[in-house]
Design a protein around this ligand. Structure first.
Ligand code: B12
Length: 361
């Protein structure tokens, strides 16, 4: 059974690339650009890669001359990697609140500064190079996401997250972008700079995106099943979804049940699915007197050999109850990945042994 590529769910690799011509300023003559920069993308592809609509791209070209695509004999527009980079930067800058009219003519470097991605520009002899460090890039994606949330723009949040899911590996996307972004939203909510409505909008978009990734991927009957939920009384589910997405990329078939599930429901699903493991997320509250009892019910209901993993910011508070039922408390995603991998290897091993025995028979 193959593990999935961490960037498997990406439709196309969107990278913030720039060529030497772009670094010198965008106004390089067309003939020179032709020699250095291949114009090979139609407007549909550019729209997917930049997160802009075709309508906006045409309007920005017409009104602000933001890029100058070449034309085929049949008058179709053809864009280059540099055009895609520039349009992406313009989108992020406008989503961060800058007016397109004011920034349309800025050179690429200035645009990067504007959205906080001023990194060391790697100068190589090739054409397309990554221009921003991963950290800087993550910062601007998080900033753009929060800007979209502040403006109540779910589509902008969705397309920025989509672009980020393409730009980074899955562990980086989940743990260095989604998790800190949600934490930042929580901090701003507590500080009063974001409203509950902002947090709800962000949660809805993130929930749909992660839900689609973790449930919508190639499901094969041979993949072991992991049932994931949050126990009764626990309403925070993004951590569980991050764990589910991680498990899916490790080759598990994930059945995500959502938040606030009574133990008997988790047990029923695990039995029907012949689950090979169960994952729970605990965040808040951290002093629920009923939770230990829920955990015990769960342990009693599932088969002895099925491991139970418990993660989440609030799990430590229930450490005793977790130990008492022989569950494994997980502190970080790399550990979860290692545990899942070991479990799968162990199960593959016993399968091989069973097959071996049958051959002897
Ligand atoms: C979104 C949100 C909500 C949403 C949740 C919606 C949903 N469908 O999930 C709603 C609106 C319901 C909500 C409600 C409340 N919330 Co709230 N919420 C948040 C917020 C902003 C994001 C939560 C989140 O997604 N975090 C990001 C995830 C990625 O972090 P995580 O869960 O810890 O997961 C990480 C790891 O722990 C691990 N992990 C998690 N689970 C699992 C499972 C397994 C198996 C594994 C291996 C790993 C793992 O993976 C993740 C990546 O590293 C947080 C802010 C924050 N700092 O988290 C506040 C926060 C958790 N909420 C808080 C509070 C106070 C509340 C309310 C009491 C507010 C109120 N006054 O009503 C209620 C409580 C409701 C209830 N009865 O439980 C506080 C909790 C403080 C505390 N611990 O004491 C926080 C921290 C906000 C804050 N800064 O004050 N909230």
């Amino acid at each position: 059974m193959k593990k999935r590529d961490h960037s498997r769910f990406s439709l196309q690799l969107l990278r913030i690339n720039v060529d030497r011509a772009a670094l010198k300023g965008y106004g390089t003559p067309i003939r020179e650009r032709l020699m250095t920069d291949k114009h090979k993308y139609g407007i549909k592809t550019v729209a997917i890669q930049t997160g802009l609509t075709q309508f906006i791209i045409r309007a920005w070209e017409r009104r602000y001359d933001v890029v100058t695509p070449l034309r085929t004999e049949t008058n179709r527009r053809l864009y280059s990697d540099t055009d895609i980079s520039r349009l992406t930067l313009l989108r992020l800058a406008t989503e961060a609140g800058h007016s397109i009219g004011r920034i349309a003519k800025l050179p690429t470097k200035k645009l990067q500064e504007l959205i906080g991605t001023k990194g060391t520009v790697a100068e190589f002899s090739g054409i397309a190079k990554e221009v921003v460090s991963q950290e800087a890039s993550l910062r601007f994606y998080i900033a753009s996401c929060i800007a979209a949330v502040k403006q109540f723009q779910p589509q902008a949040l969705e397309s920025t997250l989509f672009a980020a899911s393409v730009a980074f590996s899955q562990p980086v996307f989940l743990e260095k972008l989604i998790a800190p972004m949600m934490q930042e939203i929580g901090n701003q909510w507590r500080a009063g700079t974001l409203r509950i409505a902002h947090e709800h909008l962000a949660t809805a978009v993130v929930r749909t995106l992660l839900g689609n990734i973790c449930q919508g991927s190639d499901i094969s009957a041979s993949m072991p099943n992991l049932v994931l939920a949050t126990p009764r009384g626990q309403l925070h589910e993004i951590g569980a979804l991050i764990a589910g997405t991680t498990a899916a990329s490790e080759g598990w078939q994930v059945t995500y049940l959502g938040p606030n599930l009574p133990a008997e429901e988790i047990v029923g699903c695990a039995a029907q699915n012949e689950a090979k493991a169960i994952g729970l997320s605990i965040v808040y509250p951290t002093d629920d007197p009923h939770l230990a009892n829920e955990l015990q019910k769960l342990r009693r209901g599932i088969q002895e050999h099925v491991p139970l993993f418990v993660g989440g910011a609030g799990a430590l508070a229930y450490d005793r109850a977790i130990r008492a039922i022989g569950a494994v408390r997980i502190n970080d995603m790399p550990t979860f990945r290692t545990e899942l991998e070991a479990l799968r290897a162990q199960q593959n091993g016993s399968l091989e042994r069973v097959r071996g025995d049958k051959t002897v028979d």
